[in-house]
Design a protein around this ligand. Structure first.
Ligand SMILES: [Zn+2]
Length: 243
């Protein structure tokens, strides 16, 4: 029998509590460590090298972004107003725990965020934020240059947007707006609702709207033993600064 949707918000916390107790038991161990929820476990949830945390469900890219921000950003230490578009639950909990942070979550329609707004037409005023986190969003947006311009607009000068996307540094961006069939999108772009796979020209696309862009391969700065223990990928973070 399907659970009526209206009961989901009431059931979810209890379900998560029971799941956590079960995972505390089944994943006890010291094989891997999640720097987001600070838990050791015997393995990742899906038993892969860089899989999902059994406790906070972070994935490799979330852990990489958190470690990068922890090391390189003022977000943790200075009074900062952060816009997190399409926030991941694991990072949302982490950011919410930082007392110096004025944290704003936004999404087109997802439940559990503060502001529902279109990334190509953000409701926020110009120069509103000291930082933006926007991860695995742009590959869903047909007019991605408009979305990039909006992220630039709402940032204050000298502030940075941290952007992650599915990315192939060895090829140009692959996109074709005429492909609307979900199965074909999944085959070609990796997911039914993706409209492209970004390639090496992404830096130029971000620069074309006015960002100063640095590509950060932060996992390279991390000791190989820790890389494995934290379950990281050789992934890039685009640090896009409003100059
Ligand atoms: Zn975790």
């Amino acid at each position: 029998m399907k659970t009526p949707y209206k009961y989901v918000p009431f059931i979810t916390p209890y379900y998560r509590q029971v799941r956590k107790m079960y995972r505390n038991f089944t994943y006890a161990g010291k094989g891997v460590y999640c720097p987001i929820c600070n838990n050791d476990s015997k393995s990742w949830l899906n038993q892969e090298d860089a899989g999902t945390c059994p406790y906070c469900e972070s994935q490799a890219r979330h852990r990489l972004l958190w470690l990068f921000i922890e090391k390189h950003s003022q977000i943790l230490t200075q009074k900062t107003k952060l816009l997190h578009f399409a926030p991941e639950e694991c990072l949302k909990n982490k950011f919410n725990s930082l007392p110096n942070l004025e944290y704003v979550t936004a999404d087109l329609s997802a439940p559990g965020v503060e502001v529902h707004t279109d990334i190509t037409n953000l409701v926020f005023e110009d120069n509103s934020f000291d930082a933006v986190a926007c991860c695995h969003v742009l590959e869903h947006i047909p007019n991605d240059s408009l979305a990039m311009s909006e992220l630039l607009r709402v940032l204050r000068p000298q502030s940075t947007a941290y952007i992650q996307v599915p990315y192939n540094k060895n090829k140009p961006t692959d996109e074709d707006p005429s492909i609307t069939d979900p199965l074909e999108r999944a085959r070609r772009f990796g997911q039914f609702d993706h409209v492209r796979v970004y390639g090496f020209d992404l830096k130029k696309r971000l620069e074309s709207v006015g960002f100063a862009v640095s590509e950060e391969y932060y996992a390279h700065e991390i000791d190989s033993t820790l890389w494995k223990r934290y379950g990281l990928w050789d992934d890039v973070i685009f640090c896009c600064t409003k100059v």
